[in-house]
Design a protein around this ligand. Structure first.
Ligand code: HEM
Length: 523
């Protein structure tokens, strides 16, 4: 333990005979013997009275906290983001306007489905979460290494994750994809087909975190000084280029070195080979959004780069390993709702659900409402408010005032600031309240087909092989057939290859394209 603070006053008493090298209890008492529990006699019983041993064991007993409900296995690093091109005119967010300004960041890469102790080379989506400690507050870009997602509406997320995680009765399989429950859910969820093409591609077995792209996935808004808004998609492009391993290598690596990715990142940073990514943006307006074939609020769709080229505006450099894995990588709390003035949410129904989910889960995972005081989560700009008390209060606010407005504290009190404070984009809202999915979300196959067809022969072969490998683990024929039916809507040759690989005698019928929107079920 290397903390040397002493409570309120923050001053260290230099007491006689005690040095900074002395091992102490949590109460600051120097320990004389850290090897032996207090005993009643030479070979006698261990005494409950031993407050030093009991305190040590008590702390150890509470060392674990719940792992993240998803993205449990991850690895983090510190870095810096530097802006190279200003987006002034599109946004008032300082981090996107001040060219040359450097903003500290903490980044956590992760797998989605496995537990904390799972292997790095699992075929899985990788999380790519970035916390920017901007001068205007924390901005979290909580993305993945794949630009689309499985589902369109956050209400389906618990089902998706239940299906991905080990089956509840038997507690296996832990491999996320080779799984009856997973493929059962997927085959009943046509909106996931675009994502299925990406996860069966080599993107889900990256060579290392350093060779991965990242995506904010959702359409966000940029809002300028005048309150005008443009839509934006965020991209991370690795300076090292994008590389994956092949499935055979992934299997071997998982056996030989389950920590392959975390070790790679740690060693590169230790050696001064700092990995870098360029931040790219696709910016478009409402008129483009209205003319686009798909709904820009649908997280199962991309905005093709041929239509809206990616503009590179800044560079992320990871230049420092986490100083302590638990304190930083485990305790970091990313949340899509953390945005700064000039950046805003869109009505993407997946994003809207995420905005609730992260804060809610972190209240439990990190033990109450004060996890924002943990150093890795605290803003690096001044912050003042009247949020008070609760578990693990670290700050010691002074004075009698804990509300606003008040007339006690003219000099030091904090007030809202309409000029510089966060204001939401003034979007007009309308329509009837209903549980509904817009028809503009209904095409689940066109972009899946475009992605598959854009791949080289070798890449297509890998997708086919991955599908055959994964689906051959599925016991139920009906599920295999349902999946091949979907593939028929994507590409006939792909479906044929997978059907052959699975030993299906004849191709099943195509599925009805628009199964997902259930608007017809409303009364
Ligand atoms: C965690 C990305 C969808 C709930 C994460 C993390 C990432 C991520 C990168 C790990 C953060 C870290 O390293 O600590 C995404 C992306 C999504 C998505 C890109 C879709 C575009 C959702 C949805 C929900 C959700 C729809 C719920 C409605 C969670 C939860 C955690 C998490 C509860 C754990 C957070 C924690 O314990 O700190 N997600 N996610 N995610 N995600 Fe998502």
């Amino acid at each position: 333990m290397s903390q040397h603070k002493s409570g309120n006053a923050g001053e260290l008493h230099q007491s006689a005979g005690k040095s900074n090298k002395d091992l102490t209890t949590a109460q600051g008492v120097t320990v004389a013997d850290n090897q032996n529990w207090l005993k009643g006699g030479q070979r006698g019983p261990s005494l409950l009275e031993d407050q030093i041993a009991r305190e040590k064991i008590f702390h150890f007993d509470h060392e674990r906290i719940p792992e993240r409900v998803v993205h449990a296995r991850g690895y983090g690093a510190h870095g810096v983001f530097k802006l190279n091109e200003s987006l002034k005119g599109y946004t008032r967010a300082r981090i996107l306007c001040e060219v040359g300004e450097e903003t500290p960041v903490f980044v956590r890469f992760s797998t989605v489905a496995g537990s904390k102790g799972s292997a790095d080379l699992a075929r899985d989506v990788r999380g790519f979460a970035v916390k920017f400690y901007t001068r205007e507050g924390n901005w979290d870009l909580v993305g993945n290494n794949i630009p689309v997602f499985f589902i369109q509406d956050a209400i389906k997320f618990p089902d998706l994750i239940h299906a991905v995680k080990p089956a509840p009765d038997r507690g296996f399989p832990q491999a996320q994809t080779a799984h009856d429950n997973f493929w059962d859910f997927i085959s009943l969820t046509p909106e996931s087909m675009h994502m299925v093409m990406w996860i069966m591609s080599d993107r889900t077995i990256p060579r290392s975190f350093r060779f991965m792209e990242g995506f904010g996935v959702h359409t966000f808004r940029l809002v300028n000084e005048e309150g005008r808004s443009h839509f934006v998609k965020f991209h991370w492009k690795p300076r090292l280029g994008m590389q994956s391993v092949v499935w055979n290598e992934a299997l071997k690596l998982n056996g030989m070195e389950p920590d392959f990715h975390r070790r790679d990142l740690w060693e590169a940073i230790e050696a001064g080979n700092y990995p870098q990514w360029d931040l790219g943006v696709q910016i478009f307006d409402q008129e483009f959004a209205d003319s686009f074939d798909f709904d820009v609020l649908d997280a199962t769709k991309i905005i093709p780069e041929e239509q809206v080229p990616v503009r590179t505006i800044g560079t992320l450099t990871l230049n420092g390993n986490a100083r302590n894995f638990f304190a930083e990588t485990e305790q970091v709390a990313f949340c899509t709702q953390n945005i700064v003035p000039g950046i805003d949410h869109s009505n993407d129904p997946l994003l809207q659900g995420r905005n609730f989910s992260y804060l809610d889960t972190q209240l439990k995972r990190l033990g109450g409402p004060n996890f924002t005081h943990i150093p890795v989560n605290a803003p690096r700009c001044p912050f003042h408010n009247y949020q008070r008390d609760g578990h693990m209060t670290m700050e010691v606010p002074e004075g009698r005032v804990n509300y606003e407005p008040n007339s006690w504290d003219e000099k030091d009190g904090v007030r809202e600031n309409p000029q510089t404070g966060f204001t939401s984009f003034a979007e007009s809202l309308g329509g009837e309240k209903a549980r509904i999915r817009a028809d503009s979300f209904a095409d689940h196959y066109s972009q899946a087909r475009q992605f598959y067809c854009s791949q080289t022969d070798t890449e297509q072969q890998h997708i086919q092989d991955a599908l055959v490998f994964e689906l051959s683990k599925v016991q139920r024929t009906q599920i295999r057939q349902r999946m091949v039916s979907h593939l028929l809507n994507i590409d006939r040759k792909l479906a044929r290859h997978v059907a052959d690989g699975l030993g299906l005698d004849k191709l099943p019928a195509k599925t009805e394209p628009a199964v997902a929107p259930r608007n017809d079920l409303s009364p």
